[in-house]
Design a protein around this ligand. Structure first.
Ligand code: HEC
Length: 153
């Protein structure tokens, strides 16, 4: 009885030892593998790419890159006040006259928590009317740059 118990305990112990041994080997391989691969690989460390901060001043072809707004007097005031809640696309895709821009601003103030713009309102509306005016669609535009040709018979 005692003998049996003894061998049983022995074999359990050695299984445990095997397990610990394998575990340690796996861990060692795990830790050594990465530095080893690094050491033997020819790959150069990649340079850290520091993204150019195109925060507020990049203008290309008269367009403010980040927002798509036209570069003109009042641009920074518009960016500061009009791009906080929605993208500037909402502005660039709209065409309005002064009354309509004023009304849109009033509507946002009444229902969308837009703050009082104070003196900036004039700057902003001037900018909007100048750069995003109504495009008349009622009548087709006059033809321009047409190459006329003579009819010959
Ligand atoms: C406090 C937040 C906020 C600010 C700041 C803000 N807007 Fe808006 N605006 C809104 C919300 C909300 C809408 C509705 C968006 C929607 O319909 O998805 C909106 C809609 C618009 C629209 C579309 C209106 C329509 O009839 O579809 C235009 C144009 C617009 N804003 C222009 C501006 C301009 C110009 C400014 C700067 C003076 C400005 N917004 C600043 C919240 C704001």
């Amino acid at each position: 009885m005692e003998e049996k118990n003894h061998t049983y305990r022995n074999s359990k112990k050695s299984k445990w030892k095997q397990f610990v041994f394998i575990f340690i080997v796996v861990m060692i391989i795990g830790f050594v593998r990465v530095p080893l691969l690094d050491f033997f690989s020819d790959e150069q460390a990649k340079p850290v790419v520091v993204e150019k901060n195109s925060a507020s001043k990049d203008i290309v072809d008269g367009i403010h890159v980040r927002t798509g707004l036209i570069d003109d007097e009042g641009l920074l005031t518009v960016i500061g006040n009009c791009t906080a809640c929605h993208s500037a696309q909402l502005i660039t895709q709209n065409r309005m006259n002064k009354e309509q821009w004023d009304a849109t601003i009033r509507w946002m103030q009444e229902s969308q928590n837009l703050w009082d713009l104070g003196d900036n309102q004039e700057v902003i509306v001037n900018y909007l009317v100048k750069n995003y005016p109504v495009v008349s669609k009622g009548r087709r535009q006059n033809l321009s740059e047409i190459e006329w040709y003579n009819l010959t018979e």
